[in-house]
Design a protein around this ligand. Structure first.
Ligand code: PMT
Length: 214
């Protein structure tokens, strides 16, 4: 691993889940420990980058040298990303962002009464797609966590969100684990990486990313 692959580059990232409040004690969330995103932040710093990490609620220490912004909801993550976006060379979306949020968050704890309760959900902003659509967008990297048809869904995200790179993983290989097995997808095709620790996988992603930046 060459330590200076990203020397002087500015990298903005998201990691972890988002939490969409329903009332003061409940909410909707996605499964994500933050391990993959934090490993990638560490690898980017080791490669010489200035890293800003917008993180949803996780219980991980901040990697050395990383500027961390903590958020809860997808809307807060969106605003934090756009606040930090000017001047970034690379944006990497590792976060498992909730696609929907409750249309209203109750100020007080919701009490049980009827046998059924219907929730109305609103679409959240797609942070990665919005960044990639900017006229002066940085190089954009997305992740795709799928339970099936990884190639199809990951390649679909590469095109639909206009990304330069997608890192595909199966949820059963990745969420909460210390290791991962990923496939990289870019304009040149499909590049499977050997299963390894998330730190090793992160270093290989950084090497590939540095090649795309040249
Ligand atoms: O945190 P770990 O336990 O280590 O697990 C790692 C991981 C499985 C969460 C990670 O490796 C991963 O795959 N993250 C992406 C999860 C996912 O499936 O994202 P998605 O398919 O919902 O979204 C695709 C891409 O768009 C992602 O880069 C996502 O960050 C981004 N996105 C999605 C929705 C949204 N509203 N805003 C976004 O930016």
């Amino acid at each position: 691993f060459q330590p200076k692959l990203l020397a002087g580059r500015r990298v903005l990232m998201t990691a972890g889940p988002t939490f969409e409040a329903l009332d003061p004690v409940r909410g909707l969330t996605n499964l994500s420990s933050g391990k993959m995103g934090f490993a990638l932040a560490r690898a980017c710093v080791q490669a010489g980058a200035h890293v800003t990490l917008v993180s949803g609620p996780v219980s991980l220490p901040t990697p050395q040298g990383v500027t961390r912004i903590d958020v809860q909801s997808a809307s807060q993550m969106h605003d934090a990303v756009f606040g930090a976006l000017p001047g970034q060379d690379v944006f990497i979306g590792v976060a498992a962002v909730a696609d929907y949020r409750p249309s209203q968050a109750a100020a007080d704890k919701i009490k049980k009464s009827a046998d059924t309760l219907t929730l109305e959900l609103l679409r959240n902003p797609d942070i990665l797609a919005a960044v990639a659509a900017q006229p002066d967008a940085p190089l954009c990297v997305g992740f795709a966590a799928e339970s099936r048809n990884l190639d199809g869904y990951a390649q679909g995200k590469l095109q639909a969100k206009k990304l330069q790179l997608v890192v595909g993983n199966l949820v059963q290989d990745s969420i909460g684990r210390d290791s991962n097995a990923v496939v990289l997808y870019d304009a040149a095709g499909r590049h499977p990486l050997p299963p390894a620790s998330k730190d090793d996988v992160a270093q290989r992603i950084v090497s590939h990313l540095a090649g795309l930046l040249k």
